[in-house]
Ligand binder design. Structure first.
Ligand SMILES: Cc1cc2nc3c(=O)[nH]c(=O)nc-3n(C[C@H](O)[C@H](O)[C@H](O)COP(=O)(O)O)c2cc1C
Length: 238
């Protein structure tokens, strides 16, 4: 795919259009109420597809590996995933049901591993999202290799270039604004060990674009992946 004219050598060399998409350029001017579709999610979105997950996108994918108390390995993707604290490093993901094996395993063992999903691992990540019985090992299902962690019993994905060994800090059931319980559980864990492919280090700096991180978008199967062509640099105001 040819890079847009304002990019050279994979880096932005001039200001890119402020907002753009795969159709016409979206101008950044102020919008009037007539330009906006407004809805209250509790009353429906009034659109063909709920835009929520297409708007909060792209989302990093937490490919979470755990081991049950009985010793069965488990692996599943979670795109309600992010980092929440740098020191100590804390990551979290949300389970949209209490029937997730991942949730049960973390509650029982207090451990999980975040594995990075890259473009090259997209199809195998997808295979691990199959709804299968708790005694089914998704590593085997997707042709992946469980590798031992150093500090916890839960395995990491040997094919993933980055893994975080995590110890659970909190499991919180989410609530609506009126205080009523939501069918969602936020699992938070401190990163206590990091495995990092040395090939992704350039002079001691981790190269995100080279790793081609995969991210979830909207719809049933929309994804983006990170590449140097869409990278830009911007300094914070002093
Ligand atoms: C890309 C992707 C992202 C997903 N994100 C979530 C998520 O954030 N929360 C969730 O509950 N399920 C999510 N799912 C669905 C789970 O991966 C799926 O239900 C899986 O079977 C759960 O496995 P487990 O029961 O072994 O934990 C996602 C699926 C895919 C393919």
């Amino acid at each position: 795919m040819a890079a847009p004219p304002f990019f050279q050598s994979g880096r932005a060399t001039a200001a890119a259009p402020p907002l753009f998409r795969s159709g016409p350029t979206i101008e950044p001017g102020a919008r009037t109420a007539a330009d906006l579709h407004f809805y209250e999610p509790g009353k429906g979105h009034g659109l063909r597809h709920n835009p929520f997950k297409a708007i909060v996108a792209p989302r990093p994918i937490g490919w979470i590996s755990t081991r049950s108390a009985g010793g069965v390995n488990n692996l599943a993707p979670y795109s309600f995933f992010n980092a929440f604290c740098e020191a100590p490093p804390i990551v979290g993901f949300a389970c949209a049901s209490d029937n997730r094996d991942t949730l049960h395993n973390v509650e029982q063992t207090g451990e999980f591993v975040f594995n990075l999903v890259t473009r090259a691992l997209a199809e195998r990540m997808n295979a691990t999202s199959a709804s299968v019985a708790p005694d089914v090992d998704e590593f085997t299902l997707a042709g992946l290799t469980p590798a031992p962690s150093r500090l916890i019993a839960a395995p990491r994905v040997a094919q993933s270039p980055v893994s975080f060994e995590c110890r659970r800090t909190d499991v919180l059931q989410l609530r609506a604004a009126d205080g009523s319980p939501a069918p969602a559980w936020l699992v938070l864990g401190e990163v206590i060990g990091v495995h990092l492919d040395k090939a992704l280090l350039r002079d001691g700096t981790y190269d995100t674009a080279a790793a081609q991180h995969l991210a979830r978008a909207g719809g049933l199967g929309d994804y983006f992946w990170v590449c140097a062509d869409t990278m830009m640099q911007m300094k914070r105001p002093g």
